[in-house]
Ligand binder design. Structure first.
Ligand SMILES: C[S@@+](CC[C@H](N)C(=O)[O-])C[C@H]1O[C@@H](n2cnc3c(N)ncnc32)[C@H](O)[C@@H]1O
Length: 268
């Protein structure tokens, strides 16, 4: 095990954080003891948490590739960025279209300390990073305007972040609506979201009880996910387990081992 990363002011290493736990599952080195413990506790209930993390990252790559190559998107607003790892949104997009612009947003101060790795834009493109909470969409929009031109299409990426906005904490549907209403026609919304839809009933019940007790996350079903896309046109294949969304490999995990749904839709 590599040593813990340095502790910067404002980073609480006594409370687990989703970005660091995800980094642990992905085999990264930016996590503290508390994140590893929390990761192991979740893996005791959902033993394929690592399969989920790897599949989610692969989904993000396929989504950005689709948006840049097929939908012609050149601007991305990536909320819930996570700690930098291989193939961050701007790297995937700028490989296809070097002029792509990306605004990264996360509420974990540790992600901010790594922002330099997210800001390695091509000369023709631009990336910026802002520390903000998804639950404050007005703040995100105001600051994102410094980098993105909201008269041109923007892809709003909410990849593995909405499940960290439980109903008890905020109205995630209103948050998404506020962000989407700021986007011009021809923009896109891309989501991935933890779901119990494919889980065996006992695992689903334990995970849902864990979610309720901790108040940190909430699983949502396909029909709950569909509400985020109200009034938009879903891109084929619609709402699917993320590993089944435009897959590139024949060798794919069992949907129950992934337990995460995703979809991409066109706005307007
Ligand atoms: C599981 S990671 C996903 C990272 C990346 N989107 C991906 O799919 O690879 C979730 C990220 O969302 C961030 N996050 C959680 N709740 C958030 C909130 N309310 N506002 C902004 N970011 C949040 C976490 O800090 C973490 O970096």
């Amino acid at each position: 095990m590599s040593p813990d990363p340095p502790v910067f002011a404002g980073i609480d290493t006594t409370v687990p954080h989703s970005a660091r736990r995800y980094n642990y599952w992905l085999g990264g080195k930016d996590h503290f003891a508390v994140d590893r413990e929390s990761g192991e506790q979740m893996a005791a209930v959902f033993p394929t948490a690592r399969v989920w993390a790897v599949q989610n990252r692969a989904y993000l790559r396929r989504v950005v590739t689709y948006l840049a190559r097929e939908a012609g998107i050149r601007q991305f607003l990536d909320v819930g960025t996570g700690l930098p790892t291989a193939d961050n949104t701007h790297e995937v997009a700028q490989r296809i279209a070097p002029e792509s612009r990306v605004v990264y947003v996360d509420n974990d101060p540790l992600v901010m300390t790594h922002a330099r790795a997210l800001l390695t834009s091509t000369r023709q493109g631009l990336t910026s990073y802002l520390e903000a909470d998804l639950r404050n969409p007005a703040v995100i929009l105001e600051q994102a305007r410094e980098t993105l031109d909201f008269s041109q299409p923007v892809a709003l990426m909410l990849i593995a972040v909405l499940h960290f906005v439980p109903d008890a904490k905020a109205d995630s549907y209103a948050v998404v609506r506020t962000l989407v209403e700021a986007l011009p026609a021809g923009s896109y919304l891309a989501i991935s979201h933890g779901s119990a839809d494919y889980l065996p009933a006992p695992t689903a019940a334990t995970l849902e009880a864990m979610a309720r007790a901790g108040g940190e996350f909430q699983l949502r079903s396909a029909s709950e996910l569909a509400r985020y896309f109200d009034g938009m046109s879903l891109v084929d294949p619609g709402i699917a387990v993320i590993s089944e969304w435009r897959p590139l490999d024949d060798d794919r995990p069992d949907p129950a081992d992934v337990a995460c749904l995703g979809a991409v839709a066109r706005v307007g």
